[in-house]
Design a binder for this molecule. Sequence first.
Ligand SMILES: CC(C)(COP(=O)(O)OP(=O)(O)OC[C@H]1O[C@@H](n2cnc3c(N)ncnc32)[C@H](O)[C@@H]1OP(=O)(O)O)[C@@H](O)C(=O)NCCC(=O)NCCS
Length: 128
Amino acid sequence: MTAEITRPKGELVFRTLAMPADTNFNGDIFGGWLVSQMDLGASTLAQQCSQSRVVTVAINNLNFIRPVQVGNVVCVYADLIKIGKTSMTINLETWTHSDHFLNHEKVAQGTFIFVAINEQGKPQLVVR
Ligand SMILES: CC(C)(COP(=O)(O)OP(=O)(O)OC[C@H]1O[C@@H](n2cnc3c(N)ncnc32)[C@H](O)[C@@H]1OP(=O)(O)O)[C@@H](O)C(=O)NCCC(=O)NCCS
């Protein structure tokens, strides 16, 4: 039987390095830090899609699959799965690279929903 080759789904929207300042008391990377990297990455795709300001309105089905270690390269992949009237739904996968890019694994995933907003912070149509 051939081993299944798993790859990230979506486009690379953010890449950064996990640093000692981002750890929790266990010495692993703090989950809140990871979520903010995902949010930042997805927001760039939502801004590009709507060509406007955006805010995160919901984060659904967020799963932390494996701990992230200091020194891991953290990559966020985004897949825009739905454009509503004012909202955009984006599936995210976060993968880490370690050992000088010899190893990689999926560490988190979730669905982020953004709303395009106007200067007053009110929802505005996403023009397609
Ligand atoms: C996002 C915000 C502008 C929406 O305002 P609102 O008056 O509630 O807007 P609406 O009820 O018309 O919803 C707007 C869209 O969001 C969607 N939405 C709202 N709440 C949602 C939720 N919990 N889950 C999924 N989608 C949601 C609606 O379905 C609608 O989508 P559509 O236009 O594509 O059909 C407002 O709730 C807000 O400012 N929230 C704070 C955002 C924030 O501070 N985020 C954290 C920092 S970025």
